[in-house]
Write a protein that binds this ligand. Structure first.
Ligand SMILES: [Zn+2]
Length: 412
């Protein structure tokens, strides 16, 4: 009985709701106060398509009861602080098709960025509509990409230059390295991490050149939440993966640790040093050039490594080797906490020298001095002393005390 009453009650509510809705519709048809809502602007279609490093075209098809008079396009790539606004040319009409083509050869977009776009449409009746945000991935669509995803990671490789086993290896290395690197950095991990693997360095370089960017080797795109590397699909690819992927993932996490404003304050020696030191397979040539530079007195001043490295490849190679070594030294002396305090100082806008002073309580040149000293081979007697250490010292001390005591007894 009571159930029936509730049912009746609900039916009454539904009936009155339907009535209210119907009245609303009638009111709006009759030019009532709801005119703006009903006669408002409607979007039929909105989309974007691109051909990599050539152009991107944004297309809008919209209608309105009054003439559409203005169309503005807004777009922003991941990492851009501001959206670009374009007043798109249209013939005023009740139905419009607007196109905006952006030449990417003269004004490039960052490769592999997510591009967000939306429109603002105005009509002669004074209506204005701002559409919801839409996104597209600005991928290198000159190639077809295979892909494999797990737990927020997606590995992309050029089809025919890798297979699911190749992709899986990259995926495993990426996932493991985020865990390992983050035991030190404790950075927030992005929701999704995309790893693009080109088949050859020259293809990657060409892609970057096309988009107005130049890179020495693998390239992190920390601000884009992605990684771009070149790993040929050939025997031994996993050793390249173990070097390049953790390196680039480190840049990503360093960015996250100081994001967003702090990244530009992080000195190059710290960012590249962490990335180099985190490579799962050490590059033996780093140790060799470091030792060679030390013996020849050609080590680069640490202060020179605060800024982007020299374009000269030999100097750059030494800069990477030194940076990795300095970071290892800081780790050994100050621990992971020291690294985090350093990053925190830069996140707050510290200068290259100021950050070291603040976080490690030593000047940059002081740090350089002790680091250089740590590279010096130790004199044989010092090595011996360190090895036999305390016990020899105690023995010598007891001997001295004995001699003094004997001397004292004799004088008496
Ligand atoms: Zn790097």
């Amino acid at each position: 009985m009571s159930e029936l009453r509730i049912a009746n009650y609900e039916r009454r509510i539904i009936t009155s709701l339907t009535l209210a809705l119907w009245l609303l519709v009638v009111a709006s048809i009759c030019d009532g106060p709801f005119q703006a809502a009903a006669e408002g602007i409607a979007v039929v279609e909105s989309r974007a398509s691109h051909s990599f490093a050539q152009q991107v075209t944004f297309t809008l098809h919209a209608t309105s009861d009054a003439e559409i008079t203005q169309v503005y396009l807004f777009f922003r790539a991941t990492g851009d602080e501001q959206a670009e606004a374009v007043n798109v040319d249209i013939e005023p009409a009740r139905e419009i098709r607007a196109n905006y083509m952006r030449d990417l050869r003269s004004s490039p977009l960052p490769p592999f960025a997510t591009v967000t776009f939306w429109w603002q449409i105005e009509d002669a009746a004074g209506n204005s509509l701002i559409t919801g945000h839409q996104h597209f991935e600005y991928t290198d669509n000159r190639f077809r990409w295979g892909q494999l995803s797990a737990n927020g990671f997606t590995v992309h490789w050029i089809e025919g230059h890798g297979d699911p086993i190749f992709g899986q290896a990259a995926l495993d290395i990426a996932q493991a390295s985020v865990g390992e690197i983050n035991t030190e950095l404790r950075a927030p991990v992005p929701e999704s991490i995309d790893i693009y693997i080109y088949d050859a360095q020259h293809n990657l370089n060409a892609a970057m050149m096309l988009t107005g960017r130049e890179w020495a080797s693998g390239q992190a795109h920390p601000e884009l939440g992605g990684v771009v590397v070149a790993i040929p699909y050939e025997e031994g690819y996993t050793s390249r993966m173990r070097r390049y992927i953790p390196h680039e993932v480190t840049h990503l996490l360093v960015y996250q640790a100081v994001t967003p404003a702090g990244y530009r304050y992080v000195p190059e020696w710290l960012d590249e040093g962490l990335a180099t030191a985190n490579e799962q397979l050490p590059t033996p040539e780093y140790a060799m050039v470091l030792e060679e530079a030390r013996t020849q007195g050609r080590l680069l001043p640490l202060e020179d490594l605060c800024v982007p490295f020299s374009p000269d490849s030999r100097t750059a190679f030494l800069a990477y080797a030194q940076s990795g070594s300095v970071v290892q030294f800081i780790r050994e002396r100050y621990g992971a906490g020291g690294i985090r305090t350093l990053l925190a100082a830069y996140a707050n806008g510290a200068s290259c020298t100021g950050g070291v002073q603040e976080a490690l309580n030593v000047s940059l040149s002081g740090l350089e001095t002790v680091w250089r000293a740590s590279l010096e081979p130790q004199a044989p007697w010092r090595v011996l002393a360190e090895q036999v250490g305390v016990w020899v010292a105690l023995w010598l001390l007891s001997l001295l005390v004995a001699v003094l005591m004997i001397g004292g007894l004799r004088r008496r």
